[in-house]
Each structure stands twice: as structure tokens, then as C-alpha cells.
Ligand binder design. Structure first.
Ligand code: HEM
Length: 251
């Protein structure tokens, strides 16, 4: 026969279990809802758009010549000194970006699965009609961007692909970019990826504004135009670098 203490222990363990099954932490419960995943996509999207715009502005320094952009590359590692060591702030930014990209992709994949599972069978069969062009484009464009980012990091950050042995030099961003885009298929790949990024941002910024409930009947047209203009500026800003190298406008 169990004594009272044992019974109380069993009872309290049981009730904790029951409570934790019935009421998971609010944040976790929110993550499991469709709106929770949309909010995660929108919030991480803001961080990623902020990075993309800052990176694009930084890249434009290439038009001021090698001294300026190479100094900028060094600044990215020295910023935060003496409070932080060499490259420490950059590593923090890298970790935040990695977390945001992971959450953004995980939420996107799970949202797709949830909306797919919620559809009646006959709709699933008529997939081409039911899946909107925009959502298919977001998925395929997003997949292309993942491929691009992996390639880009191995290419212009690590210098392990796309360069001859000894050609890539740490902190020599100008010379690295010039050598990188002298290989035209690589330059074209970058331009195509920037077009995919432009389409992704055009729809992504709009969806993010919708998720946050900022779109009204009065501002709808303006915000649609703002999303498009931001996407086109990002395309032009990034695309101008490989195009200028290909056209011989940068030496
Ligand atoms: C034509 C377009 C682009 C050019 C010329 C370019 C150029 C560069 C260069 C030169 C670096 C190395 C910087 C350094 O080590 O000092 C770099 C790093 C990086 N780029 Fe880009 N980039 C382009 C587009 C993009 C896009 C569209 C994204 C993201 C969507 C991106 C994400 C990154 C990331 C995450 C890093 C690593 C930063 C770090 O951790 O050091 N880049 N890029």
C-alpha cells in the first residue's frame, strides 16, 4: 500500500504532467499556430531585410575605390573595440542572422505543410489552380536564395570556391569582388539571384505588413508601391556591382 507521501508525490507529478500537456508555455503554443509562424516569419524578415539593406549600402562603397571598401571590410571586424575583441561583434551579428534565417525557413516550411494539410482532398488534386503563383514563387525563390547564400559565403567570405589558389585575400574585398565577377557565369548567377531576392522582397515585405495588420483600405496601394520600390532598390544596388565589373566600369 502506498503511504500518503507517495500518493501526494504521484499526484503532484501527475498534475504537473497533465498541466504541461494541457498548457504548454505560451510562446511554444503560439509557435504551433499559423499566426504564430507568420509573426515569426515577419519578425525575422525585418531583421533580414535590415541586414540586406545595410549590406547593399556597404557594397556600394566599391564605387569609391579599393581603399574605402577594404577599410570598410576591416571596420566590420574592428567595430566594438576596445569593449569587444577583433571580429566579436561580427560574430554576434552572424549568430543573430543564422538564428533568423533558420527560424524564417522553418516557419515557412511548416506553414506550407499546415496550409496543405488543411485543404480538402479535391483541392489538393487541383494543386496548380489552388497554389497561387506568389506562394510558389516564394518557395522556389526562397530555395534559390538559400543556395545563393551558401555559395556566397563559401565564395566571397571564405574564398574556398570560385577563385584560383592564392587569389582570394582576407580583407581585400575590392580585389576579391573584381576577381570574382571577372568569371562571367558567376556574375550572371549573382544577378539572377538578386532578381530572385527582388521578387522575394516584393511579396515578402507586403506579407509582413499584412501580418502586422498595418495595411488598411487607404494605405494599401501606397504600401504595395513601397514594397516594390524597396525590392527594386535592393536589386539595383546589389546588381550594380557584378554588372559594373562585367561592363568594365570598375577597374
Ligand atoms: C552582388 C551582390 C553581393 C556582393 C557583391 C556581396 C559581397 C560580399 C562581400 C565582399 C562579402 C565579404 C565581406 C567581408 O568579409 O569583409 C560578403 C559577405 C556576406 N554577404 Fe554578401 N554580397 C552580395 C549579396 C549578398 C546578399 C543578397 C546577401 C544575403 C541575402 C549577402 C549576404 C552576405 C553575408 C551573410 C555575408 C557574410 C558576412 C560575414 O559574416 O562576414 N550578400 N558579401
Amino acid at each position: 500500500m502506498p503511504n500518503n507521501t507517495t500518493l501526494n508525490t504521484v499526484h503532484s507529478i501527475g498534475s504537473v504532467k497533465a498541466r504541461s500537456v494541457a498548457a504548454p508555455h505560451r510562446v511554444i503554443a503560439f509557435w504551433h499556430t499559423m499566426i504564430g509562424k507568420k509573426v515569426v516569419m515577419a519578425a525575422t524578415g525585418i531583421v533580414l531585410i535590415g541586414f540586406v539593406i545595410a549590406h547593399m549600402i556597404g557594397n556600394l562603397k566599391i564605387f569609391h575605390g579599393p581603399t574605402e571598401i577594404n577599410a570598410y571590410s576591416r571596420f566590420l571586424r574592428e567595430v566594438g573595440w576596445p569593449a569587444l575583441g577583433y571580429g566579436e561583434l561580427l560574430w554576434m551579428v552572424r549568430i543573430v542572422l543564422l538564428v533568423c534565417v533558420t527560424l524564417h525557413i522553418t516557419a515557412a516550411v511548416q506553414l506550407s505543410r499546415m496550409s496543405w494539410a488543411a485543404r480538402p482532398i479535391e483541392y489538393r488534386l487541383k494543386r496548380n489552380l489552388e497554389t497561387t503563383f506568389a506562394s510558389r514563387m516564394m518557395r522556389w525563390g526562397g530555395a534559390l536564395l538559400v543556395v545563393f547564400i551558401v555559395f556566397h559565403l563559401l565564395h566571397l567570405t571564405a574564398g574556398v570556391v570560385g577563385f584560383h589558389a592564392g587569389q582570394f585575400r582576407h580583407l581585400a574585398a575590392y580585389q576579391n569582388v573584381m576577381a570574382a565577377f571577372a568569371v562571367w557565369p558567376i556574375a550572371v548567377f549573382y544577378i539572377v539571384a538578386m532578381a530572385a531576392l527582388c521578387l522575394h522582397l516584393d511579396h515578402g515585405i507586403w506579407s509582413m505588413l499584412q501580418t502586422f495588420g498595418w495595411i488598411t483600405a487607404r494605405n494599401e496601394k501606397t504600401l504595395k508601391a513601397v514594397s516594390r520600390v524597396v525590392a527594386l532598390i535592393v536589386f539595383a544596388g546589389f546588381g550594380s556591382v557584378p554588372v559594373s565589373v562585367l561592363m568594365g566600369w570598375l577597374h
